[in-house]
Design a protein around this ligand. Structure first.
Ligand SMILES: [Fe+2]
Ligand SMILES: [Fe+2]
Length: 213
């Protein structure tokens, strides 16, 4: 398995999440209120951006070979479901967006928030389509390959714009809706979310391992 594929194996995604969590916890303790939830989210964006290159490579492979690396697609699906959606969108939607909805937002920020939520839904639906199509392809349906390509392309075209919107047009102005205490509270909620996420993830896996006969 090539290095780029190894990067997105299930085990590695768990490791990435844990390293992120430890990093954030460590920096949070060192810098106290200096760190913000949006800082954690923007750091996660830098990792999400990296998925574009291996997916482009896979798209070329599909185009030239008329077949697909099934294991790579499953790993990419897991990356989008686990890291991007549950871990990253989870903090955005359940902490940042939720708290912002309690504020009286300017129409422009309200509009962006609606767009961001819609883009999360589009990404979720696109990943699930790929999941269905890879199953179709494994069962001999060659037509599924075109759909896999279209949806992989859709994902890598969606994220750069989505991330730019959050990083450059939303996160910073939205800080102004919160007091310093509120920002510290949502940062703490982000740490708690990460801790719980890691705990739940590992608890299930440890249980599976211990129940092995
Ligand atoms: Fe987002
Ligand atoms: Fe994001």
């Amino acid at each position: 398995m090539s290095y780029r594929k190894q990067l997105f194996t299930y085990t590695n995604i768990s490791k990435i999440i844990t390293i992120h969590y430890i990093y954030c916890l460590f920096h949070g303790k060192l810098e106290g209120s200096g760190l913000e939830l949006i800082g954690l989210l923007m750091k996660e964006h830098r990792l999400i951006e990296k998925i574009g290159t291996p997916i482009e490579t896979e798209l070329k492979y599909i185009l030239h070979q008329n077949k697909v690396h099934t294991s790579f697609i499953y790993d990419a699906i897991d990356f989008f479901r686990t890291y991007v959606d549950r871990f990253h969108h989870g903090k955005e939607e359940n902490i940042l967006f939720l708290e912002l909805k309690k504020k009286e937002l300017e129409p422009m920020h309200h509009q962006i928030l609606t767009e961001l939520e819609e883009e999360h839904k589009i990404a979720r639906r696109t990943v699930e389509k790929i999941y269905i199509d890879i199953d179709r392809w494994r069962n001999g349906d060659n037509q599924a390959l075109t759909s896999i390509s279209v949806n992989l392309k859709k994902l890598i075209e969606l994220y750069p714009g989505h991330i730019e919107k959050e990083d450059k047009h939303f996160f910073f102005p939205c800080q102004n809706y919160f007091t310093r205490e509120e920002r510290e509270k949502i940062l703490q909620a982000g740490y708690n979310f990460n801790q719980e996420f890691t705990y739940i993830n590992y608890k299930d896996r440890i249980n599976t391992l211990l129940e092995y006969k």
